[in-house]
Design a protein around this ligand. Sequence first.
Ligand SMILES: Cc1cc2nc3c(=O)[nH]c(=O)nc-3n(C[C@H](O)[C@H](O)[C@H](O)COP(=O)(O)O)c2cc1C
Length: 235
Amino acid sequence: MPSTSPPTPHDYPTVPLKRFDPGVPAERAARAFYETMRLRRTVREFSDRPVSEETIRQIVAAAGTAPSGANKQPWRFVAVCDPALKRRIREAAEAEEREFYSRRATPEWLADLAPLGTGCEKPFLERAPWLIVVFKTMKADDGGGVYYVNESVGIAVGLLLAAAHHAGLATLTHTPSPMGFLSKVLARPEHERPFLVVPVGYPEEGCRVPDIGRKAVDQILVVNLGGEGPRKTDV
Ligand SMILES: Cc1cc2nc3c(=O)[nH]c(=O)nc-3n(C[C@H](O)[C@H](O)[C@H](O)COP(=O)(O)O)c2cc1C
């Protein structure tokens, strides 16, 4: 007898897709999201205004919806609000950063950083109400393999930043180099490797950010419909 259900690629369980309907045409929804995201900026001056633990839980939950290689979800988010722990992280990060700025960074790297006004002082690591320390996990919870770990965790962090921004919060993507000290300070197991530190909070009143631009979409997008070669814009 012919089956009425659509074919499935294998015999494992499936569920119907719950589709997200933006309620407006795709083009409008896409533009609205862009208009929201273009206001995201890396903030280095945080207010000490509190942010609830529930807010942090929700933005980490959003990050956890990310796709990942073979759905291994190779990430751990450690949310720190304890002032003593934040101070230890700041002290260790600043020690590494002093080495970086005085010895490890190449002249070209320092020149690239100059417009951002960054330096080895990291007061935001204490001032921001939360530090979300992101680890990549080098084995699965059952001890098995993980795949495309950097790609997966990078996508999850992108969602984390977008979720925080959507909640009206500011973030900083911070990469103390090297960051092995985070495993020690936070007592994480060997297979969890530090990936990024993301201070989260409200921006300081009157906060300013570097006057830097973005590439135009035509500089980053190549539309190739085949046949006549690439063209710049869609019809
Ligand atoms: C992987 C990565 C590492 C970064 N590391 C640092 C960092 O250690 N310190 C810092 O102040 N900013 C850091 N940034 C922030 C960038 O400087 C910032 O995203 C860039 O200048 C663009 O500015 P915007 O985010 O305000 O648009 C990092 C960003 C990324 C994506």
